[in-house]
Design a protein around this ligand. Structure first.
Ligand code: PMV
Length: 358
C-alpha cells in the first residue's frame, strides 16, 4: 500500500515560530461498524460514521528542544493533571508514527488533553483523542514545511490518527466520513478517512444523536481484544462482506434521504456488532439489561408514532439515539419522560452531527 506519500522528508526547523499547537476534535458514531482489523488498524471492512459535535477532545501539543534525539520524551497531562496511565498508549502511537514524522525526535513533547464528556461516561475518547493529537502534529509539520496543502494536511492527520485508533481516522472531518477501501465509494482508502464524497440529503441536516449513559464503568473487554477476536470468528468472512454491502446501502440512503431504510441498516449494524461479540470465542456481552429496555421502548414508540427514531450502539452499553431535526420536540420529550430513567444517574448527552476538527 502506498504509505510513502505520508513520510515527511522535506522539513526545516528554520521557520519554526510557534511551539504550541491546539486542536479540538470531535468523537464520531459509526453507522456501519468497523470491527475486525489487520495490523496497524487496516480495517477488514469499510465503515461510515456521523461526526459528532458536543463530544470532543481539546489537546494542546507543546514542544521544546530535545538535546538527545535518540531518547524520545513525552509528558501527558490529562484534565490538568500529569497522567502516567495514558503514557504507554501515546508513546506506542508516537513510535508507530515516527517513520512518517521523523522531525518529532527533535522535540520534547508535552500533550495536554481534556474531554468535553466525563472520562468515566463509557464514551470512548480514543477517536477524538487521537484525532486531536494527530491534527496538532500536522500543525507542527505545516510549520516545518509550509508547502503542504490543506488536502494533504487532513489526509495525513487522518492517516496518523488511524495509527492511534482506527475509528479516530473518521474524526477529522464532518459531517459523514468513510474509512476503508470500497469499490463503489470514490477516493475511499484503508489508510485514512475521507469526507463522504456525495451530496447528503437534507433529512440528515443537523441530525441528532442523544447518548444515553447506561453504564459509565470501564468496559470489561477492550475494543483491541474485540477486534482481535474477529480473527478466528466463525462468521467473520460473511460479516465483512455484509458490512461492505451495508456501506453501499448507506451510501445510497444518505443521498436519497430514505429514513426507513436508514433505520433498518443502522439498527441492524448495531445488533450485528454485539452479535459478533456474543458469538466470538471467548464470548462476551457488553449490553446491560437497561440497554435492552431502551431498545424495546424505542421500538414501541416508533410503532405507535411512526417517528423516524432509531438507535445504534458502540462497543459498550450506552445507547445512541438518532433522529432528524424536524422531530426533535416530540422525540426529546419521549427521551426525557421515558428513557432517562434507565441511565446511570439519569445522565445523557445531547449531541448532533458535526463538522470535524477546529
Ligand atoms: O477505534 P477502535 O479500535 O476503538 O474501534 C471502534 C469500534 C467501534 O466503535 C465498535 C465501531 C466503530 O466503527 O467505531
Amino acid at each position: 500500500m502506498a504509505t510513502n506519500e505520508f513520510i515527511s522528508t522535506n522539513f526545516s526547523t528554520l521557520g519554526l515560530t510557534k511551539t504550541s499547537f491546539t486542536c479540538k476534535a470531535p468523537s464520531n458514531i459509526a453507522l456501519v461498524k468497523y470491527w475486525g482489523k489487520e495490523k496497524d488498524q487496516i480495517p477488514k471492512n469499510t465503515s461510515i460514521s456521523f461526526t459528532l459535535s458536543a463530544c470532543f477532545t481539546v489537546t494542546t501539543l507543546v514542544i521544546s528542544e530535545n538535546k538527545n534525539p535518540n531518547n524520545f520524551e513525552v509528558e501527558v497531562i490529562f484534565e490538568g493533571k500529569k497522567n502516567e496511565d495514558f503514557k504507554p498508549k501515546i508513546s506506542a502511537f508516537l513510535e508507530r508514527i515516527i517513520t512518517y514524522c521523523p522531525y518529532l525526535k527533535n522535540y520534547k513533547l508535552q500533550i495536554d488533553t481534556r474531554n468535553s464528556f466525563p472520562h468515566s461516561s463509557g464514551i470512548a475518547s480514543s477517536a477524538s483523542g487521537f484525532a486531536a493529537i494527530a491534527h496538532c502534529i500536522m500543525q507542527l509539520e505545516k510549520q516545518l514545511n509550509p508547502n503542504i496543502t490543506t488536502k494533504h494536511f487532513i489526509k495525513k492527520a487522518s492517516f496518523l490518527a488511524r495509527l492511534g485508533s482506527g475509528s479516530a481516522s473518521r474524526s477529522l472531518e464532518g459531517e459523514v466520513v468513510v474509512w476503508g477501501n470500497h469499490p463503489e465509494i470514490e477516493g475511499s482508502s484503508d489508510l485514512f478517512g475521507i469526507k463522504f464524497p456525495y451530496k447528503i440529503h437534507d433529512n440528515f441536516k443537523n441530525y441528532h444523536d442523544t447518548i444515553l449513559l447506561v453504564d459509565k464503568d470501564e468496559k470489561q473487554v477492550s475494543s483491541t481484544i474485540g477486534h482481535s477476536l474477529m480473527q478466528n470468528h466463525p462468521f467473520a468472512k460473511q460479516r465483512f462482506v455484509q458490512a461492505n454491502e451495508n456501506s453501499t446501502a448507506i451510501k445510497n440512503i444518505l443521498q436519497s434521504g430514505d429514513l426507513k431504510e436508514f433505520i433498518n441498516i443502522v439498527e441492524s449494524e448495531a445488533l450485528i456488532l454485539h452479535a459478533t461479540m456474543m458469538t466470538s470465542n471467548p464470548y462476551f456481552i457488553l449490553m446491560k439489561p437497561n440497554t435492552l429496555k431502551i431498545i424495546n421502548k424505542i421500538w414501541a414508540f416508533r410503532k405507535t408514532t411512526n417517528l423516524p427514531i432509531c438507535f445504534t450502539l458502540d462497543a459498550g452499553a450506552n445507547v445512541h439515539i438518532l433522529f432528524p431535526e424536524k422531530d426533535k420536540i416530540k422525540i426529546n420529550e419521549f427521551i426525557t419522560k421515558q428513557l432517562i430513567q434507565y441511565c446511570q444517574n439519569n445522565s445523557y448527552i445531547c449531541d448532533r452531527i458535526g463538522l470535524g476538527t477546529k
